[in-house]
Design a protein around this ligand. Sequence first.
Ligand SMILES: Cc1cc2nc3c(=O)[nH]c(=O)nc-3n(C[C@H](O)[C@H](O)[C@H](O)COP(=O)(O)O)c2cc1C
Length: 349
Amino acid sequence: MFFSLATSLMPLMRWIDPEQAHRLSIAALASGLLNPTSSPDDQRLETSFLGLRLPNPIGLAAGFDKNAVAIEGLSRLGFGFLETGSVTPRPQDGNPRPRLFRLTADRAVINRMGFNNAGLDAYVQNLAKRRSTAGLVGANVGINKDGADPLRDYPLLVRAVAPHADYVVINVSSPNTPGLRDLQAEDRLRAILSSIAAAVPTRPPLLVKLAPDLAKEAVARIVETCVDEGVDGLIISNTTITRPASLTSAHASETGGLSGAPLFEPSTDLLRQVARLGRGRLALIGVGGIFSGEDILAKLRAGASAVQLYSSFAYGGPALIPRLKAELLQSLDRHGFANVTAAIGADLR
Ligand SMILES: Cc1cc2nc3c(=O)[nH]c(=O)nc-3n(C[C@H](O)[C@H](O)[C@H](O)COP(=O)(O)O)c2cc1C
């Protein structure tokens, strides 16, 4: 009923401060004001990853609902699954504002939010409240800017969220927490993963989220480390610190992570590289620059079992999700795939 309200409201939000627009969207979703009930998905869209069944492969990426306050409202928009967080052990304010920038002409976003979130206790309380009707929900965890100890904090985070999440993501790739991406180095990653295995023997599937800016040689080492340490999957990718020469927006030189259309190619290239190296040993979620059904199909063909998006949702609002599903069905037809499952990894064969 409020769907048309939502779709007409969201574009207007483009003209107000982007962080304010985001805050209003979360408040509306949490209040149940944006309340469309999406119709059941076409069976051809069904996929599964790590033994979890998804009605469609389109997930909401981490960072939109950092505190897990809008799970019910978001799930009614028709996402196949949701990822909440990143949550850190203690609450933190994040970086000074402004810290979120629209690059409209580039269909991109730059953010340097810096893990602003209400902390683990509040997050776990919210996650525990979710109803079973909300579908699959992942928990993405990160560490505080100050006083962090990765070998203490990641196990503590995983243990706390594990009973309430369908999967858990170790975020070692956000560019806005100094030193965080260094945790992707083989020895440091191995130490974190084995500390989690020792502290949390029973847990839901564990994934690691990678940066798109890794050197080629580093990627192979990360893949083998993750396989060795019992990681179930990878999310590829987080935002990039690079700035393609094609950017035209005034905010292009702001510090932070770039997401949206300019991230599509580098993140899909990394996804394909990891899929080849992983040889089916790791489940993959493809994220970065998805704006169309063709974009989703490209990620599936490159080896992703499911995808996620953030920037296109920030620009397009709730109407985006039904549009992407319709486009994906058309793209499957056009390229001769019977369904989503048939397309997964097609470019690798
Ligand atoms: C404002 C903003 C905040 C984000 N916060 C997080 C976060 O807390 N944790 C995380 O793993 N990724 C975070 N991301 C990255 C997204 O989850 C996603 O990996 C990235 O935006 C690429 O997808 P897109 O091109 O569809 O936006 C954030 C992205 C944006 C734009």
